[in-house]
Design a protein around this ligand. Structure first.
Ligand code: SF4
Length: 339
């Protein structure tokens, strides 16, 4: 099988229902209890198969909370038999605090666990996910994944309650647990986040200084990073960190767009979704990133306006962080055996 050099995901949205109650989620509150609407096993297997034919080599299983599905091990086994070298489980970590359950998923073939932590202390994280005791559980889930020798990745979703504590959260993620693959996600103002924007909203101008401070922490602590770490930022927000941002740079870059399968089995593309969500200012035409940048989300502009997005006129030195590429090297070893 032919593989692209850049790792490609096949994202499959398996269900909306969730055992947490994050009021900054990009899914609406109303779907969090809709267990009856899950993607069928057959649709999931078909989506994974089509993604693999398209050249994806990481089956990226997302929700809702996918660990609520009793057939998750069966879906993971299907992904493995279809030939994915990497199978990534995205989870809030609540169920993965149970070592036996985490082992069951790893035994089925899951080898990357992407878990979410949103606070540096129990009161903050528990408040944000709406489940008492969840901070303790997410740390236990981290330990379980590492004990299983699987790869641990992390999502941190910024909002008004936690953006000032990003550095402290990274001290746990990159400092204490030495995790090299993590996403700092600027809010998508859709779903619950849009419904509860008055409580949770944060602007780019508010978040950027704390993101800069956190980059300084990563540099000074010599933390290694696997790949890009900033999601849903535009290059003009932090020009020195443009190389650390994902979700931009596809047109003309030669990168093939990753497949995304919605819960009804509909086949979409990650960059197409981003394009539908975003707009640009007239002034973007004068920006050095214009041809590669999607702009900023329409919903963001409805809340905050678009004046913060100012054209970048010349390239600034890239903020230096230590690269790891451990996963890429490991994946290439797997792929060499596969071809
Ligand atoms: S094109 Fe527009 S949104 Fe994108 S980086 Fe430039 S000014 Fe910002």
């Amino acid at each position: 099988m032919q593989h692209s050099v850049k790792p490609r995901n096949c994202e499959v949205l398996l269900n909306y229902d969730c055992n947490a109650r994050c009021r900054f989620c990009y899914h609406p509150d109303s779907v969090l209890t809709r267990a009856q609407d899950r993607m069928s096993f057959k649709q999931a297997a078909e989506a994974l198969y089509r993604g693999r034919l398209d050249g994806a080599w990481c089956a990226y299983l997302i929700g809702g909370e996918i660990t609520l599905r009793p057939d998750l091990p069966k879906i993971i086994k299907a992904a493995k038999s279809i030939g994915y070298p990497y199978i990534q489980v995205m989870s809030n970590g609540l169920k993965l605090a149970d070592f036996n359950y985490a082992r069951k998923l790893a035994d089925a073939g899951a080898n990357i666990f992407r878990l979410s932590i949103h606070g540096h202390k129990p009161d903050l994280h528990d408040y944000l996910v709406g489940v008492p005791g969840s901070f303790k559980k997410i740390l236990k889930a981290f330990e379980n994944v590492l004990k299983l020798n699987a790869e641990l990745s992390v999502n941190i979703a910024l909002n008004r309650h936690n953006y000032k504590f990003l550095e402290e959260i990274l001290k746990i993620v990159a400092g204490k647990f030495k995790i090299e693959d993590f996403n700092v996600i600027f809010p998508h103002y859709s779903g619950a986040m849009s419904e509860h924007a008055e409580e949770f909203k944060v602007s780019v101008s508010q978040a950027a200084p704390y993101a800069r401070k956190s980059l300084e922490y990563l540099r000074s602590s010599k933390a290694a990073i696997e790949d890009t770490i900033l999601i849903n930022f535009s290059p003009c927000n932090l020009p020195e960190a443009a190389h650390l941002m994902s979700e931009w740079g596809p047109p003309g870059s030669g990168a093939k767009d990753d497949p995304f399968f919605h819960m009804d089995g509909q086949n979409d593309r990650v960059h197409e979704i981003k394009k539908r969500l975003c707009v640009k200012n007239k002034a973007c035409a004068g920006c050095i990133y214009d041809s590669k940048c999607f702009g900023f989300e329409k919903k963001y502009a409805e809340l905050f306006g678009s004046r913060e997005f100012k054209p970048v006129k010349k390239r600034v030195p890239a903020f230096p962080l230590k690269p790891s590429h451990r996963r890429l090297k490991r994946a290439l070893e797997i792929l060499k055996k596969d071809v």
